[in-house]
Design a protein around this ligand. Sequence first.
Ligand code: PBG
Length: 324
Amino acid sequence: MTVPIVRPRRLRSTPVMRAMLAETTLEPRQLVLPLFVAEGIREPRPISSMPGVVQHTLDTLGKAAVQAADAGLAGVMLFGIPETRDAAGSQALNPDGILNRAIAAVRSEVGNDCLVMSDVCLDEFTDHGHCGVLTPSGLVDNDATVQIYAEMAVMHAAAGAHLVGPSGMMDGQVGAIRRALDGAGAQDVAILAYAAKYASAFYGPFREAVASPLTGDRKTYQQDPANVREALREVELDVAQGADVVMVKPALAYLDVIRAVREAVNVPVAAYNVSGEYAMVEAAASQGWISREPAINEALISIRRAGADLILSYWALDVALRQA
Ligand code: PBG
């Protein structure tokens, strides 16, 4: 019988040995918690496809953000659900609109203890559910939409956002937002650019979370899952236009994209562990088909291992509290 001289198993022999040699970490400071806030509700409203996630009231939103800060999370990403929607998404530009109020409320609660991030997109505000305004023939009007994003970003900055997150995949959105922020004296507000965002089936539960009226798809602006070079082109454009952080979304089906982006640029890379990725694990775990916490840890560490510096995840608080 030949015996091996080299035995990698020696380095896996005890928990402390394994902890000493772990190549990748998952820490609260690397995690961002997405939070939903709905206008006109009196109690938090559960989202059935995302067990454990709710639409918050302004009041419970503030409390959730404080919890996130206390747990050492990097930040919270805010999504607002207005009571009324129209074709232009006009509630997005209402200074008293739900998202602007939420940003201000959260910032006043957390100060600089955790980062306040905001979604700059129109899909929660339009009655057709698209991420932008439409031309008379029904196409998403890129340049008119970008103009609105720029105004939104300035409002978010005024309300107290540390980072704004344009997620609509319109061409030129990062540059237009940067110019608008700078013109408004918000040079210090950073842009977390959803640079490589795919047209993904894994956003399904999010559409319930924001009560999206969308019919059809977003394939004329979000990317084709078949492509990685296209992602690098999008990322390069965003960096050239002043993106401070670039994001890949979703995360788990796109680990190769995260790795390629990490190698292509020198700005921090974020990844969005999206609603469908959350729902799949939660659903399987609730059936006893998968062990919940190890599955969550494995999913999140794989995203870090692929090269993401930070992860947006609905599990962020759960993971941070477990580590505490
Ligand atoms: C668009 C937006 C979406 C998500 C975040 N921002 C939905 C979409 O593009 O259809 C999805 C997030 C998730 O699925 O967790 N504002």
